[in-house]
Design a protein around this ligand. Structure first.
Ligand code: SF4
Ligand code: SF4
Length: 396
């Protein structure tokens, strides 16, 4: 009962079954027409075939023919994502990990690959609460040291672990079994100067930079947890085994907003998320709701500014969480050639973390009248449609 209240207070939907990676729109787009994954998926989901075929016919992110295409700048994000793909074999520590490996590898039944043994260290035993607290503080400090903005810990429960792999045709349909007990979730900050270019090409360039940043932090952190003698897996772009936003909300990093992703109290949704799962028995954080659900009820600014009308205008988050049409959203991305970001820059919580904005957020947390004034003030000073524009760097 308590858990249900916590979930709804954070905008996190309740799930009756584990999420299936094969169902996410990015995975569906990766299936080659006529291939085994394609045939299997649309045999089981004929209702999605027409809408997915229409999406596949659109140009694509950074593609020639998309609205924001630039012959030089459109190469940056694909180059970064290709680099990230080459990092996937490292997620479980290299040796024995395999491209998607690690969910069963490492210390489960033996010492972790590239762990304390391999480095000549003994395992750090965790037998009392004081050691747990000290190691938790240390792990969080390390995450920040490597580049995280904020970091939290939560228990890893199966409801947010994918049931089956789907992003890559070679392991399509493989059952996922991740028996780690804890999730270390962190944010990395996006550069608002680039986000102001929404819905232009610099947004996907900035996204790729932050996926790279999150992957670097996750890989370094997982290596350090393994150096303590415990199993750890980094979850990086194209290699996630769990759904990150609800884990981040439960780890105290924010709440799920109307726009369907994590909104943090001090940077809004202008962050990317990273994850390391482990069996190191860390101390979980408590969720930290800051009044976002009440604010989203009256704000609607992301929904108003969404060019594809993908964001629901429902008065409150339904039991299953805020409703987004990912197909509409992704269709706009493909036409535009970039990952849009209009909802991110429209969100009043994306405003700079100044003393004035901190004061406003504190008022929003406490009073319905303050929430209404804040929406009005945000429209007045920042525009019902965001009007601050991107000033290109000389090299772009
Ligand atoms: S990214 Fe753009 S298209 Fe997608 S939900 Fe946000 S505003 Fe709408
Ligand atoms: S723009 Fe408004 S409604 Fe949308 S997520 Fe942000 S606070 Fe909520």
């Amino acid at each position: 009962m308590v858990e249900k209240d916590v979930h709804q207070g954070l905008g996190v939907g309740r799930r009756s079954r584990r999420p299936d990676e094969r169902d996410i729109v990015f995975a569906r787009m990766a299936y080659t027409p006529g291939g085994a994954a394609f045939e299997d998926y649309y045999l089981r989901h004929p209702e999605l075939r027409a809408v997915d075929d229409a999406l596949r016919a659109l140009p694509g992110l950074c593609a020639d023919g998309s609205r924001s295409f630039h012959p030089l700048n459109a190469r940056i994000a694909p180059a970064v994502f290709a680099l990230l793909a080459s990092w996937r074999p490292l997620v479980a520590g290299g040796a024995g990990g395999g491209e998607r490996g690690g969910e069963r590898g490492g210390a489960h039944g033996g010492p972790p690959a590239d762990g304390a043994d391999a480095l000549g260290f003994s395992r750090i035993e965790v037998s009392d609460d004081e050691t747990r607290r000290a190691l938790t503080a240390r792990v969080k400090g390390l995450a920040r040291y490597f580049g995280a903005l904020d970091v939290g810990v939560t228990l890893l429960t199966p409801d947010f672990v994918y049931s089956h792999a789907g992003r890559h045709e070679e392991d399509y349909g493989r059952e996922i079994s991740l028996d780690h007990t804890h999730a270390i979730v962190f944010t990395v900050e996006m550069d608002f100067r680039f986000m102001k270019a929404a819905p232009g090409l610099p947004v996907v360039t900035e996204s790729s930079r932050r996926y790279l940043e999150a992957a670097k932090v996750a890989l370094a952190l997982a290596a350090n947890v393994r150096a303590l003698g415990w199993s750890a897996r980094a979850h990086i772009d194209g290699s996630y085994l769990a759904v990150l936003p609800p884990l981040a909300a439960r780890a105290g990093l924010g709440e799920i907003g109307r726009l369907g992703i994590l909104v943090t109290e001090h940077r809004g949704p202008c962050v990317r998320l990273g994850l390391v799962t482990t069996d190191l028995p860390l101390v979980p954080d408590e969720p930290r709701p800051f009044g976002l659900q009440d604010f989203c009820r009256i704000c609607l600014k992301c929904a108003r500014n969404c060019p594809s009308q993908a964001i629901s205008r429902e008065p409150v988050a339904p039991k299953e969480g805020w409703r987004i049409s990912w197909e509409r959203c992704y269709g706009f991305w493909r036409r535009q050639g970039t990952d849009c970001g209009m909802c991110l820059i429209s969100c009043p919580y994306s405003k700079p973390d100044t003393p004035f904005h901190r004061f406003v957020r504190e008022c929003i947390r406490r009073s319905d009248a303050a929430r209404r004034v804040a929406v009005w003030g945000d429209d007045l000073f920042y525009g019902r449609r965001p009007f601050e524009r991107w000033e290109p760097d000389w090299w772009t």
